[in-house]
Design a protein around this ligand. Structure first.
Ligand code: URA
Length: 243
């Protein structure tokens, strides 16, 4: 990999800034001054340093964010705060994006990465990635609702008339005027959870995603906080995909 590209990725700076660092004699490779931006770095063996600090190469980053309500799952918006606004500038690597969407009022687990290939595999409907939500609804939940969710239901669709949902798991926690439950789905249609409850005449009043592909939201993260995925979580996220 070219030296300027290596620096740009690792330090989260532009190619021009990287070239300037090289020109200003700030960059050593294996303790030797290098002034050529085209220098080819052996990522596994060369040691690149700047003012005595080793610059580790990191192409991809993976974060779990506890998305708060009021923030949108986009990279840029001129009206609302976006999930990228919650990421520290140093962590905000080029190409970082939220994997899938949560509605503005939905909270909980959102994965962010700059690994486009993995992001697209996770959101491709053909891959049936498992997602679990904690839900509070207005109205009583019954075993009939559990059956309807398990069978799949027809939701209205502008283009096709209706679309059938895949079997989903509804686990009732409490039932009453306001009921609480977990719902697990294997797809991600537009406003899917809210529309599924609408189908059984219930209104979602609180929605929080707690799991994606076996990775649970770290409950020590306050809304708006994020952390890197652990090696084990990343392994799980990539499992079964041809990357
Ligand atoms: N289903 C919804 O209705 N909203 C979300 O944010 C996620 C799933």
């Amino acid at each position: 990999m070219r030296l300027d590209k290596y620096l740009s990725y690792s330090l989260n700076i532009t190619r021009k800034q990287a070239k300037n660092l090289i020109k200003d004699k700030q960059i050593l490779i294996n303790n030797q001054l290098v002034l050529d931006s085209n220098y080819h770095i052996d990522v596994d063996n060369d040691v690149v340093s700047c003012q005595g600090e080793v610059i580790e190469y990191e192409q991809f980053v993976y974060y779990m964010l506890n998305k708060p309500a009021g923030v949108i799952s986009a990279t840029i918006d001129n009206q609302y705060e976006t999930v990228l606004d919650l990421i520290e500038p140093n962590d905000c690597k080029k190409g970082l994006f939220p994997v899938g969407r949560l509605d503005i009022d939905t909270e909980g687990l959102l994965i962010l990465t700059n690994n486009g290939k993995l992001g697209h595999l996770l959101t491709n409907p053909k891959n049936h990635v498992e997602k679990k939500y904690y839900v509070e609804v207005q109205g009583e939940l019954t075993n009939k609702d559990v059956e309807i969710f398990a069978k799949g239901m027809n939701l209205p669709d502008l283009k096709k008339g209706f679309i059938k949902t895949l079997p989903a798991e509804l686990e009732i926690l409490t039932t009453g005027d306001i009921s609480t439950c977990y719902v697990t789905i294997f797809e991600g249609k537009y406003h899917q959870i809210k529309r599924m409850f609408e189908h059984v005449n219930k209104e979602v009043i609180y929605l929080k995603r707690i799991m994606i592909k076996g990775i649970y939201l770290d409950e020590t993260l306050e809304p708006g906080e994020y952390r890197r995925l652990t090696a084990e979580e990343l392994h799980r996220l990539k499992e079964g995909f041809n990357l």
